[in-house]
Design a protein around this ligand. Structure first.
Ligand code: PMP
Length: 390
Protein backbone atom coordinates (compact mmCIF):
# COMPACT_ATOMS: atom_id res chain seq x y z
CA UNK A 1 0.00 0.00 0.00
CA UNK A 2 1.32 3.41 -0.87
CA UNK A 3 1.06 6.62 1.10
CA UNK A 4 -2.22 8.46 1.04
CA UNK A 5 -3.77 11.77 1.88
CA UNK A 6 -7.00 11.57 3.85
CA UNK A 7 -10.19 13.23 2.55
CA UNK A 8 -10.37 15.26 5.78
CA UNK A 9 -6.87 16.63 5.30
CA UNK A 10 -7.82 17.45 1.71
CA UNK A 11 -10.74 19.58 2.85
CA UNK A 12 -8.86 21.40 5.57
CA UNK A 13 -9.59 18.96 8.40
CA UNK A 14 -6.11 19.02 9.82
CA UNK A 15 -2.40 18.60 9.33
CA UNK A 16 -1.53 16.18 6.54
CA UNK A 17 0.49 13.12 7.48
CA UNK A 18 1.74 10.42 5.20
CA UNK A 19 0.07 7.23 6.30
CA UNK A 20 1.34 3.90 5.01
CA UNK A 21 0.85 0.37 6.24
CA UNK A 22 3.74 0.72 8.76
CA UNK A 23 2.18 3.77 10.40
CA UNK A 24 0.85 2.92 13.83
CA UNK A 25 -2.67 4.29 14.37
CA UNK A 26 -3.23 5.08 18.02
CA UNK A 27 -6.90 4.58 18.89
CA UNK A 28 -6.14 3.63 22.49
CA UNK A 29 -6.80 7.08 23.95
CA UNK A 30 -10.06 8.92 23.47
CA UNK A 31 -8.35 12.10 22.26
CA UNK A 32 -11.26 14.09 20.82
CA UNK A 33 -9.56 15.74 17.84
CA UNK A 34 -12.32 15.03 15.30
CA UNK A 35 -14.11 18.36 15.77
CA UNK A 36 -11.12 20.43 14.62
CA UNK A 37 -12.65 21.32 11.24
CA UNK A 38 -15.75 22.80 12.93
CA UNK A 39 -13.64 25.02 15.15
CA UNK A 40 -11.47 26.02 12.21
CA UNK A 41 -14.65 27.07 10.39
CA UNK A 42 -15.71 29.19 13.38
CA UNK A 43 -12.63 31.36 12.71
CA UNK A 44 -12.32 34.20 15.20
CA UNK A 45 -15.70 33.64 16.84
CA UNK A 46 -13.98 31.85 19.72
CA UNK A 47 -10.81 33.91 19.90
CA UNK A 48 -10.12 35.37 23.31
CA UNK A 49 -7.48 37.97 24.00
CA UNK A 50 -5.96 38.18 27.47
CA UNK A 51 -3.62 41.07 28.09
CA UNK A 52 -0.54 40.99 30.29
CA UNK A 53 -2.17 42.95 33.10
CA UNK A 54 -5.28 40.75 33.25
CA UNK A 55 -6.06 37.60 35.26
CA UNK A 56 -3.41 38.25 37.92
CA UNK A 57 -5.46 37.50 41.01
CA UNK A 58 -6.14 34.05 42.45
CA UNK A 59 -9.76 35.15 42.91
CA UNK A 60 -12.56 35.13 40.32
CA UNK A 61 -15.69 35.91 42.37
CA UNK A 62 -15.43 36.33 46.15
CA UNK A 63 -19.24 36.39 46.44
CA UNK A 64 -19.42 32.79 45.21
CA UNK A 65 -18.47 29.99 47.65
CA UNK A 66 -16.61 28.62 44.59
CA UNK A 67 -14.45 31.78 44.58
CA UNK A 68 -12.21 30.55 41.73
CA UNK A 69 -15.10 30.06 39.25
CA UNK A 70 -15.10 32.69 36.50
CA UNK A 71 -18.62 34.24 36.33
CA UNK A 72 -18.62 33.97 32.51
CA UNK A 73 -17.95 30.24 32.70
CA UNK A 74 -20.78 29.77 35.21
CA UNK A 75 -23.11 31.67 32.88
CA UNK A 76 -22.14 29.69 29.77
CA UNK A 77 -22.43 26.31 31.56
CA UNK A 78 -25.99 27.24 32.57
CA UNK A 79 -26.87 28.45 29.05
CA UNK A 80 -25.48 25.29 27.47
CA UNK A 81 -27.38 22.88 29.74
CA UNK A 82 -30.49 25.02 29.24
CA UNK A 83 -30.14 24.93 25.43
CA UNK A 84 -29.42 21.18 25.25
CA UNK A 85 -31.77 20.14 28.06
CA UNK A 86 -29.44 17.43 29.38
CA UNK A 87 -29.14 18.58 33.00
CA UNK A 88 -30.90 20.79 35.51
CA UNK A 89 -28.76 23.63 36.88
CA UNK A 90 -31.31 25.55 39.01
CA UNK A 91 -30.58 24.99 42.67
CA UNK A 92 -27.17 23.42 41.96
CA UNK A 93 -23.74 24.65 42.99
CA UNK A 94 -21.23 24.63 40.15
CA UNK A 95 -17.65 23.65 40.97
CA UNK A 96 -15.03 24.03 38.24
CA UNK A 97 -12.02 21.73 37.99
CA UNK A 98 -8.94 20.97 35.92
CA UNK A 99 -10.84 18.45 33.84
CA UNK A 100 -13.48 16.25 35.41
CA UNK A 101 -10.58 14.02 36.49
CA UNK A 102 -9.64 16.50 39.21
CA UNK A 103 -13.30 16.92 40.18
CA UNK A 104 -13.68 13.19 40.62
CA UNK A 105 -10.93 13.33 43.25
CA UNK A 106 -12.58 16.38 44.84
CA UNK A 107 -15.93 14.55 45.06
CA UNK A 108 -14.35 11.40 46.48
CA UNK A 109 -12.76 13.52 49.21
CA UNK A 110 -15.98 15.46 49.87
CA UNK A 111 -18.22 12.43 50.32
CA UNK A 112 -15.76 10.30 52.28
CA UNK A 113 -13.96 12.75 54.61
CA UNK A 114 -16.54 12.44 57.40
CA UNK A 115 -17.05 8.66 57.14
CA UNK A 116 -15.78 6.71 60.16
CA UNK A 117 -14.14 4.00 58.02
CA UNK A 118 -12.38 3.74 54.67
CA UNK A 119 -15.12 3.43 52.03
CA UNK A 120 -15.21 1.23 48.92
CA UNK A 121 -15.61 2.89 45.52
CA UNK A 122 -17.16 0.59 42.94
CA UNK A 123 -18.30 0.74 39.33
CA UNK A 124 -19.78 -2.05 37.20
CA UNK A 125 -17.48 -3.71 34.64
CA UNK A 126 -16.77 -2.76 31.99
CA UNK A 127 -15.83 0.44 33.86
CA UNK A 128 -13.72 3.43 32.74
CA UNK A 129 -10.14 2.14 32.98
CA UNK A 130 -8.81 5.24 34.78
CA UNK A 131 -11.10 4.83 37.82
CA UNK A 132 -8.99 2.22 39.68
CA UNK A 133 -5.84 4.27 39.01
CA UNK A 134 -7.36 7.59 40.12
CA UNK A 135 -8.83 6.02 43.25
CA UNK A 136 -5.80 4.04 44.45
CA UNK A 137 -2.87 6.20 43.24
CA UNK A 138 -2.13 7.89 46.57
CA UNK A 139 -3.52 5.06 48.72
CA UNK A 140 -5.92 7.34 50.53
CA UNK A 141 -7.10 6.31 53.97
CA UNK A 142 -10.55 7.71 53.15
CA UNK A 143 -11.52 5.46 50.23
CA UNK A 144 -10.28 2.59 48.10
CA UNK A 145 -11.12 0.91 44.81
CA UNK A 146 -13.64 -1.84 45.54
CA UNK A 147 -13.77 -3.27 42.02
CA UNK A 148 -16.69 -4.42 39.90
CA UNK A 149 -19.97 -3.16 41.40
CA UNK A 150 -21.73 -6.34 40.19
CA UNK A 151 -19.84 -8.31 42.83
CA UNK A 152 -20.21 -5.80 45.68
CA UNK A 153 -22.32 -7.35 48.45
CA UNK A 154 -20.79 -5.90 51.63
CA UNK A 155 -23.30 -4.56 54.13
CA UNK A 156 -21.55 -1.19 54.57
CA UNK A 157 -21.53 2.26 52.97
CA UNK A 158 -20.14 2.52 49.42
CA UNK A 159 -19.58 4.99 46.61
CA UNK A 160 -20.75 3.96 43.14
CA UNK A 161 -19.50 5.65 39.99
CA UNK A 162 -22.32 5.67 37.46
CA UNK A 163 -20.95 6.48 34.01
CA UNK A 164 -23.72 7.22 31.56
CA UNK A 165 -23.33 6.80 28.63
CA UNK A 166 -20.69 4.38 29.74
CA UNK A 167 -17.03 4.45 28.73
CA UNK A 168 -16.14 1.95 27.11
CA UNK A 169 -19.43 0.54 25.78
CA UNK A 170 -21.77 3.55 25.35
CA UNK A 171 -24.59 2.03 27.40
CA UNK A 172 -26.97 4.22 29.44
CA UNK A 173 -26.60 3.19 33.07
CA UNK A 174 -28.19 3.50 36.49
CA UNK A 175 -26.90 2.30 39.83
CA UNK A 176 -26.10 -1.41 39.87
CA UNK A 177 -25.66 -1.95 43.61
CA UNK A 178 -29.02 -0.24 43.98
CA UNK A 179 -29.53 -0.22 47.74
CA UNK A 180 -29.46 2.25 50.62
CA UNK A 181 -26.17 3.42 52.05
CA UNK A 182 -24.65 4.20 48.68
CA UNK A 183 -23.39 7.56 47.47
CA UNK A 184 -23.79 7.87 43.71
CA UNK A 185 -21.48 9.96 41.53
CA UNK A 186 -22.81 10.41 38.00
CA UNK A 187 -20.05 10.80 35.42
CA UNK A 188 -21.87 12.32 32.45
CA UNK A 189 -18.87 13.13 30.24
CA UNK A 190 -20.69 11.70 27.19
CA UNK A 191 -24.27 12.82 27.87
CA UNK A 192 -24.32 15.14 24.85
CA UNK A 193 -26.45 14.87 21.67
CA UNK A 194 -23.64 13.77 19.31
CA UNK A 195 -23.14 10.60 21.38
CA UNK A 196 -26.59 9.64 22.66
CA UNK A 197 -30.25 10.68 22.51
CA UNK A 198 -31.00 13.25 25.25
CA UNK A 199 -34.04 11.73 26.94
CA UNK A 200 -34.34 13.99 30.00
CA UNK A 201 -32.77 16.84 31.93
CA UNK A 202 -30.92 14.90 34.63
CA UNK A 203 -31.10 16.03 38.23
CA UNK A 204 -28.88 13.64 40.18
CA UNK A 205 -27.18 14.79 43.39
CA UNK A 206 -23.65 14.85 41.94
CA UNK A 207 -23.09 15.20 38.18
CA UNK A 208 -19.71 15.55 36.44
CA UNK A 209 -19.27 17.07 32.98
CA UNK A 210 -16.24 18.00 30.91
CA UNK A 211 -15.46 20.28 27.98
CA UNK A 212 -13.08 17.55 26.74
CA UNK A 213 -15.79 15.32 25.32
CA UNK A 214 -18.50 17.94 24.81
CA UNK A 215 -16.69 20.33 22.47
CA UNK A 216 -13.37 18.49 22.04
CA UNK A 217 -11.34 21.08 23.98
CA UNK A 218 -9.56 18.47 26.08
CA UNK A 219 -6.38 20.56 26.10
CA UNK A 220 -8.04 23.38 28.06
CA UNK A 221 -8.63 20.91 30.92
CA UNK A 222 -11.96 22.27 32.10
CA UNK A 223 -14.60 20.17 33.82
CA UNK A 224 -17.53 21.11 36.03
CA UNK A 225 -19.57 19.46 38.74
CA UNK A 226 -23.25 20.17 39.40
CA UNK A 227 -23.79 19.50 43.08
CA UNK A 228 -27.13 19.60 44.90
CA UNK A 229 -25.88 19.55 48.51
CA UNK A 230 -24.13 22.81 49.43
CA UNK A 231 -22.08 21.08 52.14
CA UNK A 232 -20.68 18.57 49.61
CA UNK A 233 -19.90 21.46 47.25
CA UNK A 234 -18.10 23.30 50.08
CA UNK A 235 -15.87 20.30 50.76
CA UNK A 236 -15.09 19.96 47.05
CA UNK A 237 -14.10 23.63 46.99
CA UNK A 238 -11.86 22.99 50.01
CA UNK A 239 -10.18 20.12 48.12
CA UNK A 240 -9.62 22.40 45.12
CA UNK A 241 -8.12 25.10 47.37
CA UNK A 242 -5.62 22.69 48.88
CA UNK A 243 -4.92 20.76 45.68
CA UNK A 244 -4.33 23.56 43.12
CA UNK A 245 -5.70 26.81 44.68
CA UNK A 246 -8.34 26.98 41.97
CA UNK A 247 -8.30 26.54 38.20
CA UNK A 248 -6.50 28.47 35.44
CA UNK A 249 -8.42 31.62 34.56
CA UNK A 250 -7.13 31.55 30.98
CA UNK A 251 -8.64 28.10 30.50
CA UNK A 252 -11.92 29.11 32.09
CA UNK A 253 -12.22 32.24 29.95
CA UNK A 254 -11.48 30.30 26.76
CA UNK A 255 -13.95 27.55 27.56
CA UNK A 256 -16.58 30.10 28.66
CA UNK A 257 -16.38 31.63 25.18
CA UNK A 258 -16.56 28.27 23.43
CA UNK A 259 -19.50 26.98 25.47
CA UNK A 260 -21.39 30.23 24.84
CA UNK A 261 -20.79 29.95 21.07
CA UNK A 262 -22.06 26.35 21.22
CA UNK A 263 -25.07 27.33 23.38
CA UNK A 264 -26.06 30.17 21.02
CA UNK A 265 -25.51 28.18 17.81
CA UNK A 266 -27.23 25.01 18.98
CA UNK A 267 -30.63 26.66 19.21
CA UNK A 268 -30.71 26.96 15.39
CA UNK A 269 -31.18 23.89 13.22
CA UNK A 270 -30.32 23.74 9.53
CA UNK A 271 -28.74 27.20 9.59
CA UNK A 272 -26.81 28.00 6.38
CA UNK A 273 -23.90 29.19 8.55
CA UNK A 274 -23.56 25.62 9.82
CA UNK A 275 -22.88 26.98 13.29
CA UNK A 276 -24.82 24.34 15.23
CA UNK A 277 -22.01 22.33 16.82
CA UNK A 278 -24.21 19.38 17.78
CA UNK A 279 -25.72 19.15 14.29
CA UNK A 280 -22.19 18.97 12.91
CA UNK A 281 -20.80 16.56 15.51
CA UNK A 282 -23.81 14.26 15.53
CA UNK A 283 -23.76 13.95 11.77
CA UNK A 284 -20.02 13.16 11.86
CA UNK A 285 -20.42 10.54 14.60
CA UNK A 286 -23.36 8.88 12.88
CA UNK A 287 -21.44 8.73 9.56
CA UNK A 288 -18.46 7.09 11.31
CA UNK A 289 -20.71 4.55 13.02
CA UNK A 290 -22.47 3.77 9.75
CA UNK A 291 -19.11 3.11 8.06
CA UNK A 292 -17.88 1.04 11.01
CA UNK A 293 -21.04 -1.08 11.12
CA UNK A 294 -20.91 -1.72 7.34
CA UNK A 295 -17.24 -2.73 7.56
CA UNK A 296 -17.78 -5.03 10.55
CA UNK A 297 -20.73 -6.64 8.78
CA UNK A 298 -18.63 -7.34 5.68
CA UNK A 299 -15.65 -8.84 7.52
CA UNK A 300 -17.84 -11.06 9.74
CA UNK A 301 -14.91 -11.23 12.16
CA UNK A 302 -16.21 -8.88 14.86
CA UNK A 303 -19.37 -7.83 16.65
CA UNK A 304 -20.52 -4.43 17.89
CA UNK A 305 -23.07 -3.50 20.57
CA UNK A 306 -26.58 -2.56 19.44
CA UNK A 307 -28.24 0.55 20.82
CA UNK A 308 -31.99 1.17 21.12
CA UNK A 309 -33.78 3.81 19.06
CA UNK A 310 -34.89 6.63 21.36
CA UNK A 311 -36.48 10.02 21.05
CA UNK A 312 -33.94 12.79 21.52
CA UNK A 313 -35.54 15.81 23.21
CA UNK A 314 -32.82 18.04 21.85
CA UNK A 315 -33.01 17.19 18.12
CA UNK A 316 -36.63 16.00 18.16
CA UNK A 317 -35.53 12.88 16.18
CA UNK A 318 -35.75 9.22 17.01
CA UNK A 319 -32.14 8.14 16.95
CA UNK A 320 -29.54 5.63 18.12
CA UNK A 321 -26.47 6.23 20.23
CA UNK A 322 -23.17 6.93 18.42
CA UNK A 323 -20.69 6.46 21.26
CA UNK A 324 -17.24 8.02 21.44
CA UNK A 325 -15.78 4.50 21.60
CA UNK A 326 -16.49 1.28 19.73
CA UNK A 327 -16.58 -1.73 22.04
CA UNK A 328 -15.55 -4.44 19.60
CA UNK A 329 -15.63 -8.17 20.23
CA UNK A 330 -13.58 -10.63 18.17
CA UNK A 331 -15.51 -13.65 16.95
CA UNK A 332 -14.23 -17.25 16.66
CA UNK A 333 -13.15 -17.56 20.30
CA UNK A 334 -10.17 -15.20 19.91
CA UNK A 335 -8.91 -14.59 23.43
CA UNK A 336 -6.77 -11.50 22.89
CA UNK A 337 -8.55 -9.03 20.63
CA UNK A 338 -6.00 -6.27 21.33
CA UNK A 339 -3.29 -8.47 19.79
CA UNK A 340 -5.37 -8.92 16.63
CA UNK A 341 -5.48 -5.15 16.16
CA UNK A 342 -1.84 -4.69 17.10
CA UNK A 343 -1.02 -7.09 14.26
CA UNK A 344 -2.56 -4.46 11.96
CA UNK A 345 -0.62 -1.60 13.60
CA UNK A 346 -3.76 -0.36 15.35
CA UNK A 347 -3.42 0.42 19.06
CA UNK A 348 -6.60 -0.23 21.02
CA UNK A 349 -7.34 -0.76 24.72
CA UNK A 350 -7.95 -4.34 25.86
CA UNK A 351 -11.22 -5.26 27.57
CA UNK A 352 -9.05 -6.47 30.46
CA UNK A 353 -8.26 -2.83 31.37
CA UNK A 354 -11.99 -2.21 31.93
CA UNK A 355 -12.33 -5.16 34.31
CA UNK A 356 -13.78 -7.16 31.45
CA UNK A 357 -12.99 -9.81 28.85
CA UNK A 358 -9.79 -9.52 26.70
CA UNK A 359 -11.95 -10.80 23.84
CA UNK A 360 -13.08 -7.15 23.61
CA UNK A 361 -11.24 -3.97 22.72
CA UNK A 362 -12.16 -0.32 23.01
CA UNK A 363 -11.44 1.76 19.91
CA UNK A 364 -11.62 5.55 19.84
CA UNK A 365 -14.22 6.92 17.40
CA UNK A 366 -13.21 10.54 17.98
CA UNK A 367 -9.79 10.56 16.30
CA UNK A 368 -8.74 12.68 13.33
CA UNK A 369 -10.41 11.74 10.04
CA UNK A 370 -7.24 10.36 8.47
CA UNK A 371 -6.71 7.93 11.38
CA UNK A 372 -10.32 6.82 11.26
CA UNK A 373 -10.12 6.25 7.49
CA UNK A 374 -6.96 4.19 7.88
CA UNK A 375 -8.52 2.19 10.73
CA UNK A 376 -11.49 1.31 8.50
CA UNK A 377 -9.19 0.39 5.62
CA UNK A 378 -7.18 -1.97 7.81
CA UNK A 379 -10.27 -3.38 9.49
CA UNK A 380 -11.84 -4.23 6.15
CA UNK A 381 -8.65 -6.09 5.16
CA UNK A 382 -9.07 -8.56 8.06
CA UNK A 383 -10.65 -11.59 6.44
CA UNK A 384 -9.42 -14.30 8.78
CA UNK A 385 -7.70 -14.36 12.15
CA UNK A 386 -5.53 -17.35 11.04
CA UNK A 387 -3.84 -15.61 8.13
CA UNK A 388 -2.99 -12.44 10.01
CA UNK A 389 0.40 -11.45 11.33
CA UNK A 390 -0.21 -11.84 15.07
N1 PMP B 1 -14.90 10.45 32.78
C1 PMP B 1 -14.93 9.70 31.69
C2 PMP B 1 -15.97 8.64 31.61
C3 PMP B 1 -14.00 9.87 30.67
O1 PMP B 1 -14.03 9.08 29.59
C4 PMP B 1 -13.03 10.89 30.79
C5 PMP B 1 -12.00 11.16 29.71
N2 PMP B 1 -11.54 10.07 29.04
C6 PMP B 1 -13.03 11.65 31.95
C7 PMP B 1 -13.98 11.41 32.92
C8 PMP B 1 -11.99 12.72 32.22
O2 PMP B 1 -12.02 13.76 31.35
P1 PMP B 1 -11.25 15.13 31.60
O3 PMP B 1 -10.35 14.98 32.79
O4 PMP B 1 -10.53 15.41 30.34
O5 PMP B 1 -12.33 16.12 31.90
Amino acid sequence: RGTRRSPAAANGGGVTRNLNSDTVINLDHGDPTMYESFWRKMGDKCTVVIKGHECLSYFSNIKNPCWFLEPKLEESIKSLHGAVGNAVTDGYSIVVGTGSSQLLQAVLYAVSCDQPNQINVVSPAPYYSSYPEIIDLVRSGLYKWGGDAHGFDKDEPFIELVTSPNNPNGVIRGSVVNRDGGILIHDLAYYWPQYTPITSALDFDIMLFTASKCTGHAGSRIGWALVKDKEVAKKMIKFMEVNTIGVSKESQIRVAKILQVVADGCKRFGSPDGDNFFEFSKSLMSKRWEILRETVKKTRMFTLPKYPLQHCNYTGDVTQAHPAFAWIKCKEGIEDCEKVFRGQNILTRSGRRFGSDPGYVRVSMVSKEEDFDMFIERLSAIQSFNTMAM
